[in-house]
Design a protein around this ligand. Sequence first.
Ligand code: NAI
Length: 469
Amino acid sequence: PVKVTKICCIGAGYVGGPTCAVIALKCPDITVTIVDLNKARVDAWNSEDFDLPIYEPGLEDVVRQCRGRNLFFSTDVDKGILEADLIFVSVNTPTKKSGVGAGFAADLNYVELATRRIAAIATSSKIVVEKSTVPCRTAESMRTILEANSKPGCRFDILSNPEFLAEGTAITDLFSPDRVLIGSLQTKEGKEACQSLKDVYGHWVPTDRILTVGLWSSELSKLAANAMLAQRISSINALSAICEATGANIDEVANAVGKDSRVGPKFLRASVGFGGSCFQKDILNLVYLSESLHLPEVAAYWRQVVDMNEYQKRRFSKRVVDTLFNTITGKKIAVLGFAFKADTGDTRESAAITLIKNFQAERALVTIYDPQVLQSQIWSDLMEASPGVPLETIKRQVSIANSALEACRDAEAIVIATEWKEFRTIDWADVYTRMTKPAFVFDGRLLVDAEKLREIGFKVTVIGRGERL
Ligand code: NAI
């Protein structure tokens, strides 16, 4: 097998950045260059004061240790390709917005463009690693493109190496992954390429955690893993609706169910709904795949996981309106948290966006606070959620605060949309004095101590908890 000494990663995003920074840290003998067409993003990775383009606990420390040593960020995609012996393709694969499969299928345009660039530029053999999440059999298309466009004497071996990191815990996930999955063709060359990548991870990941499988299993495993994770959330959220209607408590139910070692305790937390760039996209992708394979029952099964998530967000918004005496028109609502989950600044598919849109539709006045999300990001997300509505119009109803306390001033209701740790230590007694009475709290993340808040005087509504306590 080829001994990898130079790695190029195409795509300096949430996956490419942290993944390849950790490879650089753990493999001082390998030079890692992360390239991206987005100059602003690359500049941020290179910024002198380490004002990195993504927020991820522990990431800055890793970049500080390696940047300029064996980790480089650049917009020179071609140079990165030319010099590397192994190339990660870590570009975005969003849901298609138009054309065949719109709303379901993955948009593979970025993967294809990156692949074509590799074929056009490479003057020596490369191992090309599909890191982006892609539909089953994409590696085949990549191989066809590469082989049809390669120069004489250039071999391309394709591997699938999906990324299982979770945003918010990316660095600890990368330091000690549950598993690393590498898919390859089961030919001599395919297995050798697989060994080369295995040796890279072997610098810090125990061998028994590196799984080597066929290409198609590897691709499908990533979709399957996300589908099953999201399915757990939708299952617990479906049960939270029953809890609210009966007076059962979803925390107690989740705990009792999770104690069964076959089920396990993790990822059973009821919430206002999952968000993030992956779960919905990857499930819809799986739905599309199932339909293309003429498996409509399978498609319908997975589809329901996304439908349940939409229902949960609708249901929660409605509960807010119902509780506030069936109208929130002109009422001030503080939304705490805008990121799709804690410890990230990422807002893609965040449940908060849907909630706020629903509150806007009811003509409420919304004030948002999030400790990490940039104001510019909030405005652009809200504009995208209401196409055609000018920002000035949105700003008549929505404002952004610099602290939780400021957001809650004069509010009639507080909605907790993201489980940021700092929301646990809010001085609720102080908040209470600043609010319009009766003061309502809607906990969409099982974050607050409802009893304590009730003692202060709040009217508290918690997801998955009935009124008949
Ligand atoms: P991202 O959007 O943050 O980053 C992708 C980057 O690729 C962008 O900066 C874009 O400018 C760049 N890019 C696109 N085409 C390019 C080209 N031809 N040449 C150079 N640069 C190019 O996306 P993110 O979140 O990093 O996701 C990447 C892939 O990883 C997706 O397929 C996603 O499904 C998958 N994934 C994401 C996870 C996450 O937590 N965000 C976790 C696991 C997988």
